[in-house]
Design a protein around this ligand. Sequence first.
Ligand code: ADP
Length: 646
Amino acid sequence: MFDTILIANRGEIACRVIDTCRRLGVRTVAVHSDVDAQARHVEMADVAVSLGGASPAESYLRGDAIIAAARATGAQAIHPGYGFLSENPDFVEAVEAAGLVFIGPSAKAIRAMGLKDAAKALMAEAGVPVVPGYQGAEQAPDHLAREAEAIGYPVLIKAVAGGGGKGMRLVEAPKAFADALASAQSEARTAFGNAHVLIEKYITSPRHIEVQVFGDGTRAVHLFERDCSLQRRHQKVIEEAPAPGMTAEMRAAMGDAAVRAAEAIGYKGAGTVEFIVDGSDGLHPDGFWFMEMNTRLQVEHPVTEAITGVDLVEWQLRVAAGAPLPCAQEDLTITGHAFEARLYAEDVPAGFLPSTGRLAHLAFPEDARADTGVRSGDAISPHYDPMIAKVIVHGPSRDVALRKLRRALSGTQVAGTVTNLAFLGALARHDGFSRGEVDTGLIGRDLEALTAVPDPAPAAMAQAVLALKGLDRAPRPLDGFALWGPVAQDVTVRIGEDVSTCRVICHAPGEIDVELGGTTVPARFGANGWRYDGQPARDVFVADGRATVFGDPTLVVDHVDPLDVDAGAGASSDLIEAPMPGMVRSVFVEVGQAVTRGDRLAVLEAMKMEHSLLAARDGTVAEVMAAAGTQVEAGAVLIRLEEENA
Ligand code: ADP
């Protein structure tokens, strides 16, 4: 085993790797960018080396600097985590040339799986079922159109260099083919510098089921499957293991195929073979096809760890240090069921807009595994992925595990930034999902219901109002009321965009009524603390005029000065501001131009995505303050409309 390893990553995965190293007594070296100097992974490691910069290109992608850091600190091996340099064969070669061990597969194995077309051809040769389609070199549009015709519609166009769903287009009928092809190619050229595409039969009612494999460079075993069908725009949201409805026969067939795939490329370390499965009529051993192989540890690996009892990072370290496979296929078994939910800083009602901000408070329930790279007080930086944590639960059956997931999500507390927690909670309660009826279209079909913002619960609302006024402590005789009778005060609050005024009436110590619109919520203090409408108080966090009442769903209430509201209301629709720090991609308007409410005025690129900035009302552009290519801070005014009636 190694004495010291360097982790060429950040965030939750760096922390997760360090956890295992600590357990094995292996010394760890963290690397970090300037903005991550105080990050959790830096605090956890034994030694930390600064890479400088903030963007990945200036820090976590600097292979040379990382190798130099490993040599300077006496590390014998480098763990790449996922993302960044984890699937970069040139980096693997550079690590080995420096006399260090790369904890992962060979450069050759990564290259073999790097392009979808070559990987598919290789897999077909190794006897692994692949999705019927065309993956040839001839790329002329009319040739591709004929191939699509031969495969039979609907078809999927995929960039061979693709990833993250980019460069992928579903085409339902021949007349739509040419346009879809052109747009897939142009997206692929921009994103990957490679416009080549392949064409596949589109599997209707598809499920995404992947198999965890582990190899020693010659032989491989599989650690069963994960179902990652709950996806939004091809991004995984909740994963589980094993897959609902999986039969022993199909599991054996998929496991064999995955092991064949791994052994065909002499795979070493942890890898994932992704299959697309036709779920339209149950699961059948002849209804799965290879999509791609990810040659690294995967984000969702903890659900596999939960059902097998294997620490995959420990296996990675052992095999990289030259040990044989830790066990044989027949030694591996499945115990119970596990789920993982990905908690993100994102504004779901605003269309899952990635968010930034400081995590004023962050806490996880005790009976769940939370893999995280941040602590209370840390910032979600615009430079990296806005994932806050992965919440993982395990139970003896799927039903029990799912109930534990719901509890774990409602017990997860985040204040200071918006999150997708309510969306995850709604998904965990979804009827079809609860029954195990999953497919990749589930979230898209039910998006409206899954993202509906419920009316705030009166009890939670009353608690928030008292917390904002500091009246939710153990009452003291002169708190907020007078001896000679009830005292009332109005409190103006905002939830999202909705501003309302409620009335707090203090009758006696520990006896307060909160009037909210038409309802009155009694707040009473007793032996077990405050009760609101008869219900026990929830955990609440208050800072900077904002109360966050945790639970399912968590309620965020801002205290507003009524004068500010009036002043702000007119101004806000005049100004088009950057919702987060980022780079202005394009500006579509010029001074004097008339615009209509909803028009796209500019595009901001931030958090690896493009965000359209729309006109909030009809009007005329008075000023354009940002040009394409400029970097802007959150809240920077980009465009100003002429005042109404001006
Ligand atoms: P990327 O590498 O861009 O993530 P993948 O090839 O892994 O692309 O596919 C991403 C997702 O697209 C899959 O998880 C699945 O939901 C869907 N998908 C891929 N291929 C097909 C297909 N042939 N039919 C239907 N859906 C597909």
